[in-house]
Design a protein around this ligand. Structure first.
Ligand SMILES: Cc1cn([C@H]2C[C@H](O)[C@@H](COP(=O)(O)OP(=O)(O)O[C@H]3O[C@H](C)C(=O)[C@H](O)[C@H]3O)O2)c(=O)[nH]c1=O
Length: 187
């Protein structure tokens, strides 16, 4: 397993070994013992999948507030995304900073996003299927959103903001400045 650090401590890019043969490939897309052996010991409890029909679909920026805060492990089963995580832990040296990476069915890269971070992605291909593990179950009462084009965050999505395909919820999301954050940096 390849582990790449990012500019945000705790946000990692993981690539699992692929066994390629003339039929295609096989990969253990997730192994709790393999991750634990690498010091990544997160008990995931829920698998999510989202299918986005059109390129340019933006889902996010989302998080669940405590006591339902989620760590996530994101991968792409079909298509391509630009995956983004934003540190929103009050007092963190990287508060308000973001990292992005291209995850695709082709490159097999996964992004590990700890609690205390916003998560969002934009699809770069039609019919993109995103699969991700969550460390706590869905809690609608704790579900929060921050606008993807928040000027204070300055995220480069690679698309013109006006061309993003958004849910009504995401189109109406507040800025981080207006929404605030429930997370404090643990140091
Ligand atoms: C997240 C979630 C949603 N739902 C239901 C609620 C709605 O009826 C429907 C669509 O939900 P939503 O529009 O919030 O889905 P996305 O916009 O893809 O949200 C996700 O996108 C970003 C990228 C994330 O990281 C979050 O996991 C998640 O917020 O699924 C559930 O039943 N369980 C769930 O865990």
């Amino acid at each position: 397993m390849k582990i790449e650090e990012t500019a945000l401590a705790g946000v990692l890019l993981l690539t699992m070994p692929r066994h390629v043969d003339p039929r295609g490939h096989f990969s253990e897309s997730w192994s709790q013992p393999r991750l634990a052996a690498a010091g990544i010991d997160i008990a995931f409890v829920q698998d999510n999948e989202s299918l986005s029909r059109r390129a340019g679909t933006v889902r996010g920026l989302h998080y669940q507030a405590p006591p339902a805060a989620q760590a996530k492990l994101v991968r792409v089963a079909a298509g391509v995304i630009w995956d983004v995580a934003v540190d929103i832990r009050r007092g963190s040296p990287s508060f308000g900073r973001w990292v992005g990476a291209e995850l695709s069915a082709e490159n097999g890269r996964q992004m590990l996003i700890p609690e205390g971070f916003l998560h969002g992605f934009v699809t770069r291909a039609p019919d993109t299927l995103v699969l991700y593990k969550c460390s706590r179950p869905y809690a609608p009462e704790c579900d929060r959103a921050v606008r993807f084009d928040d000027p204070d965050l300055g995220i480069d999505w690679g698309i013109a903001p006006g061309r993003a395909i958004l849910s009504d919820k995401d189109a109406a999301a507040p800025t981080l400045r207006d929404a605030g954050t429930p997370f404090d940096w643990a140091g």
